[in-house]
Design a protein around this ligand. Structure first.
Ligand code: NAD
Length: 335
């Protein structure tokens, strides 16, 4: 039985806590969140975990693993403490707002030898995995370009934006990761434009809500990203991969499959409303993979180095957007 502590009882912490608590290999012992919210109390009641503080978790020698799902500005310190304590780690993206800290903590975690997976859940979604498998096996032929759309249903609260690290590090990082994952090689050029077109509160917090990014891979192939904080119909999360033998599409998933037809036409259900619904299966698969990583040493689909490389591209996008110029990146590039 793996004794586990979860940091963060917010949106994603709740998802991971419930999945962990129902996994037969895990005993969810602690929930850590400094805010004494009703959500935290309900989560503790639902999962049977104790509410504790970080010091109590790190003093408890029975703890073998941690899930870090707290606000982004707490990840680096928790990664540091968990790797020092020898715990297996599942950390949400991004690792830190500050790229020097990302690089430092990645090296420290790798040096410590603890197993660490990163929360790029799209890699665990069966649809995106099928695309990756068809490309990796050669069935689809050579991947030539990718087009991705990632639009949230509605802008996040300003309080979230202020602690998020900005849209490139917080939201678009999943697309930077997907580009690397599908292309199977590193990106060497990033060209980004972005602006606040939707929610003035996001602009007031110093962030953007709309962006387009063009990536060029080492062998000269392309990925085009469209990122946005609003889609009037719900969560908009699509991908198109043009390969030499096939075009692979990942479409939005409707809330139900019923089409209602009458004299006015055909009406279909809108897409699922948010990432929690759309990726429910992927989040559960992540916890299964976390257990497998701990019990058998199986490599996760995304590790802390993937977090660093995706963030390098997010940092390059920020530099590109500010300068109006494409940015060339290599493994030593830093903002
Ligand atoms: N992979 C994904 O699909 C995905 C989805 C959403 C969020 N995230 C990431 O997960 C993290 C949390 O996002 P969220 O949407 O749940 O945010 P949230 O604001 O809903 O929740 C964050 C929680 O962390 C708590 N917290 C703050 N400092 C803490 C500390 N020192 N120790 C423990 N808890 C602390 C806050 O009180 C809050 O309850 C962010 O880094 C975000 O980027 C990932």
């Amino acid at each position: 039985m793996i004794n586990l502590a979860i940091f963060g009882a917010g949106r994603i912490g709740c998802v991971h806590a419930v999945n962990a608590a129902t996994n037969p290999s895990i005993r969810l012992k602690y929930i850590v969140d400094p805010v004494a919210s009703e959500g935290r109390a309900q989560l503790a009641a639902k999962t049977g975990a104790f509410v504790a503080d970080a010091d109590a978790v790190f003093a408890d020698k029975t703890i073998a693993a941690v899930v870090i799902a707290s606000s982004t500005d707490t990840h680096a310190e928790l990664l540091d403490r968990a790797s020092e304590a020898g715990h297996a780690i599942f950390c949400e993206k991004p690792i830190s707002f500050d790229f020097a800290t990302v690089a430092e903590v990645t090296e420290k975690v790798e040096r410590s030898g603890v197993a660490c997976m990163l929360g790029f859940q799209r890699r665990y979604d069966p649809n995106f995995r099928k695309v990756r498998d068809r490309i990796a096996s050669g069935a689809a032929g050579r991947l030539e370009h990718i087009v991705m759309h990632s639009r949230d249903p509605a802008p996040p609260l300003r309080s979230y934006v202020e602690r998020s690290g900005g849209m490139f590090r917080d939201q678009a990082i999943h697309d930077f990761d997907m580009a690397r994952y599908l292309l199977g090689e590193e990106i060497v050029k990033v060209y980004a434009v972005g602006a606040c077109l939707i929610d003035p509160e996001i602009g007031a917090a110093g962030d953007i809500d709309t962006a387009m990014v063009t990536l060029t891979s080492k062998s000269g192939r392309f990925a085009q990203m469209v990122n946005c904080r609003r889609a009037p119909f719900g969560y908009d999360q699509r991908l198109e991969a043009l390969c030499s033998k096939e075009v692979l599409y990942v479409r939005n998933r409707p809330r139900d499959e019923v089409v209602i037809a009458d004299v006015n036409g055909f009406a279909a259900a809108p897409p699922m409303n948010d990432f929690i619904e759309r990726f429910a299966h992927a989040y559960s698969e992540e916890i299964t993979a976390f257990v497998e990583m701990i019990e058998t040493g199986k490599k996760p689909l995304a590790d802390i180095r993937d977090g660093l490389e995706a963030q390098r591209l997010a940092e390059a996008a920020i530099v590109s957007m500010r300068s109006g110029q494409p940015v060339e990146v290599d493994p030593s590039w830093r903002p």
